[in-house]
Design a protein around this ligand. Sequence first.
Ligand code: ATR
Length: 273
Amino acid sequence: MTDRYAVIGNPISHSKSPLIHTMFARQTREDISYEAIEAPLDGFAARVMALRGKGYKGCNVTVPFKFEAFNLATQRSAQAEAAQAVNTLQFSPDGDAILGDNTDGTGLIRDIRSNLGFVLHNKRVLLIGAGGAAYGVALPLAEAGAKLTIANRTADKARTLAASFSSLRPVVSSGSLDDIADRQFDVVINATSAGLSGDRIPLPPTVFASGALAYDMMYGRETPFMKFSRAQGAARVADGLGMLVEQAAESFFIWRGIRPETAPVIEALRKFQ
Ligand code: ATR
């Protein structure tokens, strides 16, 4: 019998997850279906419980429900705890447990290392932002051995994020965007939502070390951060499409125990863009 999965968000019509998981299923010959479901803003938990009642095996969760999914989960992975958010729920077949995980950090790190071929270990990595997107990836970056600096428009939020895992992995520094004025980085990651409004983040033009990677976690358009990075001579400029596919592959692995090939899926999505 076909196992059913879904992604739940609001809005959801833009989601590429059904396409990605359908490609994974075809490639691995797993018998699954995967659909996009829009839950009302005040109806996330009820919708998840209804899916579970209908026999769904799990779901992905996207904006704005990742924090609610964290609270709904009865068991959470270390990644989910660090992110304070859940993007993957799995319903246990034989009981009441709802397992919550967060695959965003793994997705980013796989994309940077495996797809883009950049090293993180012992490299100077700048994470810009201290909202939900930054929380999802900060500890995984530090665990990958990055010498991590977190900078945010509101400095206190960067410090709070760094403090949330400093007992596990201390960061090099955290604070405001002004604090990085004279420093260079090997990898600069934009985890802010500035690109959505077309805003440019005020970064020093000297932020990129020789051979640096500029990575925007957004995808689908060239952001001001990406334009700035090209103009300032970053060696490689990437959007977040690879991360999107990699985090989906990690969810697929959690549910099915099989790791799909991501490269052909990334390539196919690039053609649709
Ligand atoms: P998300 O879940 O996408 O991370 P969020 O939690 O609202 O969304 O966080 C948005 C992040 O983008 C924050 O780090 C925010 O900075 P502040 O904490 O100072 O608000 C950052 N951000 C949004 N617009 C920005 C801009 N124009 N310039 C710099 N940073 C911006």
